[in-house]
Design a protein around this ligand. Sequence first.
Ligand code: CA2
Length: 156
Amino acid sequence: MPQTVAEQPLIFILNGPNLNMLGKREAGIYGTGTLADIETACGGAAKSAGLRVDFRQSNHEGEIVDWIQEAQVKAAGVVINAAALSHSSVAVHDALRLLDVPVIEVHLSNIYRREAFRHHSYVSAVASGVICGFGADGYKLAIAGMARLLAERAHG
Ligand code: CA2
């Protein structure tokens, strides 16, 4: 029997500091779309993949840690663009490594073509996969990847 919407796996999509500024500045790097546009696209991609999404953004490291801990009890997986915290936060790394659910890291830009300080991410070591450089489409790719990982888990 097909799943009802309420039965579909819920994934958290977490966004870190300054991503609320998308579309307002630095369009050359991050494009002209806003985070609200990305949220809408994620809703569509999740629907097609048979998933539900809870999409959030915070400028505060501790709030992101709280949300990662919340994901352990509420979510089947986490897609995260930790933004600058990717390159600095052992707290985000430690919270993610406690999760039993899959984590996919996303960056809009190709962090390896940018400044050296962006080349290391504390998230990557605790992620099942990393997507960067595809702009907002990276979120849709991450949702497709998450759907595949969850199907693999469900069917052994
Ligand atoms: O490429 C990405 O998605 C990043 O995670 C974006 C972060 C950056 O620190 C990472 O190295 C790569 C920055 C997010 C802030 O985005 C802004 C958007 C518009 C104007 C200013 C910042």
